[in-house]
Write a protein of this length. Sequence first.
Length: 133
Amino acid sequence: MSDDVKKIMFTVRKGPHGTIYVYEGLEVKLIMAAYDADISVVFMDDGVYALQQGQKTGDLGIKGFEATYGVLVDYEISKVYVDKKSMEDRGMTVEDLVVIGEDEDTEEDIRPTVVDADQIAAMMAEQHNILPF
């Protein structure tokens, strides 16, 4: 990756329903990926709920976007992280997380990578821009 490629991290801290932040952030990520930026995403706090698989949004009268997370890797957004403490505080495990793609070689599901606060801080220090959603 060349030095002129911008490293952009999205932080997702809000729950997926009740506001448009998570949905709009998802659209922005997909658009930014088209510009060859080095995109990473970290889900923290209530934002981890956006990664919970099996969400039923019909009763809320809104369209779900779980399937869109399933194509992040296809858009070359494979740096998807979830804060370990936020996930554990909400009773979630790795098995609860959506699949963000499939490994081309093994055909294994790819899920977000669980990281701790120190790892998140180190990744943030390397970014050109951090966009909160």
